[in-house]
Ligand binder design. Structure first.
Ligand SMILES: NC(=O)c1ccc[n+]([C@@H]2O[C@H](COP(=O)([O-])OP(=O)(O)OC[C@H]3O[C@@H](n4cnc5c(N)ncnc54)[C@H](OP(=O)(O)O)[C@@H]3O)[C@@H](O)[C@H]2O)c1
Length: 290
């Protein structure tokens, strides 16, 4: 166990109230970091506080929270330096594109992309000075865009592009940028994603209901399968810990067998073949919910 004065590096983990973020904050604290763990609620801050974990109120869409975080990092009472930023916070808004409002598109992008961009921009001067690391949690949704995942996949494809550009911009200056690509992980994302999907489904017209009934059932079955069969958040955190610790990190670390498979598949399977594989997968998922 590392005592607080022995911890010489800071790590930031966003979205640390639950799931992958919480497990990562705990894992990095066990690895010896002093973790600034971003949460949105005081109650989560109280639950999370532990040796090596300092909860910080951080809504990634709130400029004041980001300013306060930068101030906290640059005035560390023990002179510790920022080694890593783990951009993990995210939401899932799933619905067919015909149905999804622009407001929901903006919400998905505000939290899961622009929030991360704002944090990266605010913390880059510090990370450049420490030759630190940026770890972006993307998704298999950033490799394959399934039906019903338009906005979520759009944001994760954008995270891919952001990560690639940033890695190439930062490479000469010693800041490494790493993508983490999870497949299914058992977290609250299933429940909150299903709740958002059901809220949006309630806005469908009768025609839209007919059009998307099968897709809706397939999505529910798939989300339940993610929660049931996904890897644990602790296992995901173990992969992130490896990406943080590696002397020369890989550009991408996948999590779970599906994480590896969906990362690789678009390189070897044609669009039409992928369409037909995903269509038959959805048919059998929907049947299981009939
Ligand atoms: N679970 C999976 O199967 C899976 C697969 C691929 C990728 N991922 C990615 O993994 C990341 C973590 O998700 P998870 O599965 O661990 O889900 P989760 O348990 O729902 O965690 C999401 C976290 O994001 C936080 N968050 C939401 N809106 C925020 C905001 N505006 N500002 C700051 N934090 C915010 C949540 O905080 P509150 O509790 O306050 O809402 C929560 O801590 C996400 O980027 C997700 O896309 C997950």
């Amino acid at each position: 166990m590392t005592s607080s004065h022995e911890r010489i590096h800071l790590a930031i983990v966003t979205g640390a109230s639950s799931g992958i973020g919480k497990a990562t904050a705990e894992r990095l604290a066990a690895d010896g970091f002093h973790v600034l763990a971003g949460v949105r609620k005081q109650s989560d801050a109280r639950t999370l506080a532990a040796p090596g974990i300092e909860p910080i109120i951080l809504d990634v869409t709130d400029a004041d929270h980001i300013r306060a975080l930068v101030n906290r990092v640059t005035h560390d009472p023990d002179g510790r330096t920022l080694r890593v930023l783990v951009n993990n916070a995210g939401v899932a808004v799933n619905a067919p594109i015909e149905v999804l409002s622009l407001e929901d598109w903006r919400f998905q992008f505000d939290v899961s992309l622009f929030g991360q961009v704002a944090l990266i921009r605010a913390l880059l001067p510090v990370l450049l000075s420490t030759r630190g690391r940026i770890v972006n949690v993307t998704s298999v949704g950033g490799r394959v865009a399934m039906a019903n995942f338009g906005a979520y996949s759009a944001v994760k494809f954008a995270m891919e592009a952001l990560s690639d550009s940033l890695r190439r911009e930062m490479e000469p200056f010693g800041v490494s940028v790493v993508k983490i690509t999870p497949g299914a992980v058992s977290t609250n994302l299933t429940e909150s994603g299903l709740a958002a999907a059901s809220r949006i489904a309630d806005t469908m017209t009768a025609d839209q209901r007919l059009r998307y009934d099968e897709l809706g059932r397939a999505f529910t079955a798939q989300a339940e399968g993610f929660a049931r069969d996904g890897v644990t958040p602790e296992r995901a955190a173990g992969v992130i810990s490896k990406a943080v610790a590696a002397r020369r990190p890989k550009t991408r670390y996948t999590i779970g067998r599906d994480g590896a498979m969906f990362t690789f598949m678009p390189r070897i399977v044609s669009d039409r073949m992928l369409d037909s594989m995903l269509r038959s997968q959805n048919k059998s998922l929907a049947k299981s919910k009939a």
